[in-house]
Design a protein. Structure first.
Length: 260
């Protein structure tokens, strides 16, 4: 996404908050509106990436086509705590802190004699195997660990117990580390895993616009539960190389909220 698109999105978010902040506040059926919300949430995610040719070369296109055939999505996770302020019964703004595991993986590939096990890093020697127990297949999982600061506008409408909820926002993310986990499938049915930190020059900061739509169940005037299918897409490239990538993840977010 181009820089002007990012700017337009942030301007839209700010204007939305300002517009609804000027709406008159209202009280619930049992008293004054509870304005402060504290929440915890967790989301199992499907994580993947979109590759882009950064220099327009045919070689980069060949690499992209090859990687798209050999790589696929993986299981990720997002979890965090949130602090919200409610302007009206229907509109609130939310921030906090989150952890997210993003990335992708290679498909399970059969190994043949003399084949490079890792298509990106070459031959891998399993020093713990012997002549009778050797790897037959391999998979490599690329994990990017981020700490994020979300800024979202939440919308809700409905009755006293069940509400329809949605949100739009952006998460500023800071890369903690990137790792590669190799999974070797052995002839005796066992698996051998090894995780190493990647030293590639990945970008420290990313921006991920996020949208969600779901339902909220009100347990009592002070507590509620939310279930929200959520989509997040990183708009900044993760590395400055001829073939770069943009990370995205989609998941089902479960949240518990306490109102003050």
């Amino acid at each position: 996404m181009k820089r002007n698109s990012i700017t337009s999105f942030i301007v839209f978010l700010v204007l939305t908050v300002q517009t609804f902040a000027q709406s008159p506040t209202s009280s619930d059926s049992k008293g004054e509106l509870k304005r402060i919300e504290i929440g915890v949430n967790i989301s199992p995610d499907f994580a993947n990436r979109i590759l882009r040719n950064n220099n327009g070369s045919e070689t980069a296109d060949i690499v992209i086509n090859s990687r798209n055939k050999s790589e696929t999505g993986k299981l990720g996770m997002t979890a965090g705590v949130s602090f919200g302020y409610r302007f009206t019964k229907s509109i609130s703004i939310e921030t906090g802190a989150s952890y997210s595991n993003k990335g992708y993986q290679t498909k399970k590939d059969e190994l043949t004699f003399g084949q490079m096990i890792d298509p990106r890093y070459g031959f891998t020697i399993d020093s713990t195997s012997n002549g009778s127990v050797t790897p037959t297949h391999a998979r490599f999982i690329y994990n990017h660990h981020y700490i994020g600061i979300p800024l979202k506008v939440n919308f809700s409408v409905g009755g006293n117990k069940w509400k329809f909820v949605s949100s739009i926002g952006v998460v500023t993310e800071f890369l903690v580390k990137s790792t590669n986990t190799s999974v070797l499938f052995m002839t005796d049915g066992s698996r051998k895993r090894n995780t190493e930190e990647l030293n590639d020059d990945y970008k420290f900061i990313n921006l991920s616009p996020t949208v969600s739509v779901g339902v909220e169940y009100v347990l009592n005037p002070n507590m509620s539960l939310r279930v929200e299918p959520t989509f997040r897409f990183g708009v900044l490239q993760i590395i400055d190389t001829p073939v770069t990538g943009y990370l995205y993840n989609a998941g089902l977010q479960f949240g518990y909220y306490f109102k003050l």
